[in-house]
Design a protein around this ligand. Structure first.
Ligand code: PLP
Length: 399
């Protein structure tokens, strides 16, 4: 056969819904020597990783580890370990990822009760309460904290309290929220929570940090049937992560190095400082977008800092704008999904990419492309508004 060309991926500014750009220290960690998955050095790294994940999730949960696959495997791991055929589950659906949770619940053979909200809006706790009232014995309530498909930021505490009052576990998707805005697993009564590495952790995609409360572990231990997925069975995976160190699957060593370094970077920066950085850059971006006539699509007061869903102005060609940003400026932004396809762009400011240079570079490029598309404003208005937001310090947002 002919030899394909050498690998030369283009260098991009990744301002879409993920992956985000990987921190150079994480890239270096990826190129360090691979050791065996039972090597004492690797076992130490596992322990430290777990400790750092507990910190980032703000939990003392003993069962805290990265699943060896992407965020979707974290999602699937929560449901296959907690649900058995015939159980009842309440799933909040206001975007792509709630829809996926509902799909997985059905595949587990559980009875599904969905609580819907329009895409871009948050789920109303009163609707969750009404759905719980219809259940005989709900096993869990599941919700997406940061709905990447819409940019909506779901408050959690009230829904968690309703779940517990009904005797159910509280399951939360924090794939896009973790390390970009507050995630307080213990304070908010979250029983099962998963994330991904490629968003606000600025690591490549491939691991799914996950944490289970003691209550969730008890449910797992009391199962009547085997966990239906062999690969995601936490009763076996925890034997490798626990004292026994029993082989389950070969750990993704290089990705574990990457996550280890990414977590060290988060701990060095400090969670509060990191969250505040995400807030400030979001506010500057929002000011810049407004100055060039672009509005945010998600419900006001519930907009994510790390994922900005932007309404595409009438008459502007969605794909053409994204194509020019990518090919002329090397900037990736995301398209809308589902009902928002063609109606929104998704601009991520996640982890490494949540910084003034990304905001100003994007605004300048977007202004130019939009001006060519006949949607011009005073040249430089977006960049000037964002710069002004940085210098005045934008309004504080409660979290
Ligand atoms: N949940 C949310 C909120 C996400 O944004 C994503 C991915 O974008 C996933 C789950 C699935 O994660 P992955 O694509 O890493 O499997």
């Amino acid at each position: 056969m002919t030899i394909p060309p050498a690998l030369e991926p283009p260098s991009r500014l990744l301002l879409g819904p993920g992956p985000s750009n990987v921190h150079p220290r994480v890239l270096r960690a990826l190129s360090t020597p691979v050791v065996g998955h039972l090597d004492p050095a690797y076992l130490t790294l596992m322990d430290e990783t777990r400790r750092m994940l507990q910190h980032v999730f703000q939990t003392t949960n003993a069962l805290t580890l990265p699943i060896s696959a992407t965020g979707s495997a974290g999602m699937e791991a929560c449901f296959v370990n907690l649900l058995e055929p015939g159980d009842e589950a309440v799933v909040c659906v206001n975007g792509v990822f709630g829809t996926r949770m509902a799909d997985i619940v059905g595949r587990c053979g559980a009875t599904l009760h969905t609580v819907e909200a329009p895409w871009g809006r948050i789920v109303d706790p009163a609707d969750v309460e009404a759905a719980l009232a219809k259940c005989r014995q709900p096993k869990l309530v599941a919700v997406v904290h940061a709905e990447t498909s819409t940019g909506a930021w779901q408050p959690l505490e009230e829904i968690g309290a309703l779940a517990h009052a009904a005797g159910a576990l509280f399951v939360v998707d924090t794939v896009t929220s973790l390390a970009g805005c507050p995630v307080r697993v213990d304070d908010w009564g979250i029983d099962a929570c998963y994330s991904g590495t490629q968003k606000c952790l600025s690591c490549p995609p491939a691991l799914a940090p996950l944490t289970f409360s003691e209550r969730a572990v008890e449910v797992l231990q009391r199962r009547r049937s085997k966990v239906q997925s062999w690969y995601l069975d936490l009763t076996m995976i925890t034997k490798y992560w626990g004292e026994e160190r029993v082989y389950h699957h070969t750990a993704p060593i290089s990705m574990s190095y990457a996550l280890y370094e990414a977590l060290r970077i988060v701990v060095e920066e400090g969670l509060a400082a990191r969250w505040d950085r995400h807030r400030r850059n979001h506010e500057a971006l929002a000011a810049g977008l407004e100055a060039i006539g672009l509005g945010l699509a998600a419900q006001e007061g519930h907009r994510l800092w790390q994922l900005n869903s932007v309404t595409i102005p009438d008459g502007v060609d969605d794909a053409a704008v994204r194509g020019r940003l990518l090919h002329e400026f090397g900037i990736e932004i995301g398209a809308g999904l589902g009902p928002l396809k063609g109606r929104t762009w998704r601009i991520g400011l996640m982890g490494e990419n949540s910084r003034p240079a990304s905001v100003l570079t994007l605004l300048e490029a977007l202004e130019r492309v939009l001006a060519d598309a006949g949607h011009g404003r005073a040249a430089g208005a977006g960049v000037a508004a964002a710069a002004a937001a940085y210098s005045t310090g934008a309004a504080n947002v409660e979290c």
